[in-house]
Design a protein. Structure first.
Length: 236
């Protein structure tokens, strides 16, 4: 074997250099470099989530009562403001209504925009006290300044303050007789005034609101207006 033949037999194969990958210097470069794998991963996760929702059977098609025109808080609900529609809901949701008869004529405890699925806790009535502590009652309360009612809405917390005395024969004294009680009901047009206490229009209901309070406070609250001036102070 010649020298050239031995050289070719023992020669090593050429080494192919590996391509150099420039290190990522910032987040934008990282996103550009791996944008396709990230997009594929996000798409797969979204698809998996959709399949999980549909396969779990958590939602089902149900015919329930839906609000078709805006209903202000405290107003009486009429049948032409409602319709029975098919929507996807939790099959275990027992707060909804399936017919118009139990709902027509009741009052809305909160504002109900069109498209809202009507539920029992959205109506003024005994169901508003569901979940309240034992002994909670609904107390009608007459505020001394009827215009104050324009500032209130169902669900809002208020302190009830009783002010006695006239500043002459009797010293003026203010006392909080109930703290952070929720408002359950206000008159129909209580929220229609644009200027609240600046409005000179007499409000319907003569300043009467309904609040939830402990039964031990009901006597003091109901008879407060006969002892002095009754005010509601908004609290968080």
């Amino acid at each position: 074997m010649s020298y050239s033949s031995r050289s070719q037999a023992t020669a090593r194969p050429p080494v192919i250099p590996k391509p150099k990958i420039r290190p990522v210097r910032n987040r934008n470069e990282l996103l550009r470099r791996y944008r396709k794998p990230l997009a594929i991963a996000c798409a797969l996760l979204a698809l998996a989530g959709m399949l999980n929702v549909f396969s779990s059977g958590q939602l089902s098609q149900r015919e329930v009562v839906v609000v078709i025109s805006d209903i202000p808080a405290g107003s009486q609900i009429t049948s032409n403001q409602l319709a029975v529609q098919t929507v996807r809901l939790d099959p275990q949701d027992d707060e909804v209504f399936e017919s118009l008869e139990p709902v027509s004529g009741q009052r809305a405890a909160v504002a109900l925009p069109a498209g809202t699925v009507l539920r029992s806790y959205s109506l003024v009535g005994p169901q508003l006290l569901a979940g309240s502590p034992q002994g909670t009652v609904a107390v009608p309360l007459r505020l001394s300044d009827p215009a104050t009612v324009t500032l209130l809405h169902p669900g809002q917390l208020v302190d009830i303050v009783l002010t006695t005395g006239d500043g002459f024969e009797k010293q003026i004294n203010s006392e909080t007789i109930a703290k952070a009680v929720p408002v359950l009901w206000v008159p129909d047009n209580a929220s229609t005034s644009e200027f609240g206490m600046l409005s000179g229009t007499r409000q319907s209901g003569e300043g009467i609101v309904v609040v939830a309070a402990a039964s031990s406070l009901s006597d003091d609250l109901a008879g407060a207006v006969s002892r002095g001036k009754v005010s509601a102070v908004l609290v968080n």
